[in-house]
Design a protein around this ligand. Structure first.
Ligand code: QAP
Ligand code: CO
Length: 173
């Protein structure tokens, strides 16, 4: 089922999401709805809070070299934790909750993440490049953080101005 995605500046995006303790059907239905919603909006990553559910669950589905997404590549991470991080990279990020805006953000280059899958199984993954960036971006959502909060003052001001202008033109369209 495709759900609405919450957009900035909705305050719910600031909520700190809660740990998941039960890996039952309602979690599975939520993850399935997150996937449908993300794909319908041309996204590559989504956190549960973006559809209004404040639990520590995120999904990531990176495209291949041809730019195609395959559901077999879908990553579902419940209660993720970064256990190791190294180096720094810049990447141009966007967010389904901040439509139409992209900016270069600095992140760790390499991360080791421990998490649970949808059935509660413990997993560990080492990630670099785009996957590493996506994991860090989605994990920030679980703590109520958006990538625009990482912008220096001047670029943040520019964002606020552009974004408001965009929203006005959306409304009148
Ligand atoms: C997070 O972002 C991310 O503005 C996922 O109009 C960001 O899926 C992962 C999107 C950077 C890795 C690197 C954004 C779609 C999708 C928009 C997204 C838009 C349509 C963003
Ligand atoms: Co996002």
């Amino acid at each position: 089922m495709i759900l609405d995605i919450i957009a900035y500046p909705d305050r719910r995006l600031k909520d700190v999401s809660k740990e998941v303790n039960t890996f039952t059907n309602d979690l599975h239905f939520l993850l399935d709805d997150m996937y449908d919603t993300m794909i319908a909006s041309n996204g590559i990553g989504l956190a549960a809070i973006q559809i209004g559910r404040s639990i520590r669950a995120l999904i990531i589905n990176l495209p291949d070299e041809e730019g195609e997404q395959h559901k077999e590549q879908l990553l579902e991470m419940i209660n993720p934790r970064i256990s190791q991080a190294e180096g720094n990279i810049m990447y141009q990020e966007g967010c389904l909750s901040v439509p139409g805006f992209y900016e270069d953000i600095e992140r760790y280059e390499l991360v080791t993440v421990t998490y649970h899958d949808r059935n509660g199984k413990s997993c560990t993954l080492q990630a670099n490049e785009l996957l590493s960036v996506a994991i860090q971006h989605e994990m920030d959502h679980l703590d109520g953080k958006l990538f625009i909060e990482k912008l220096p003052y001047g670029r943040r001001k520019k964002f606020e101005k552009e974004y408001k202008k965009n929203q006005r033109s959306k409304k009148s369209a």
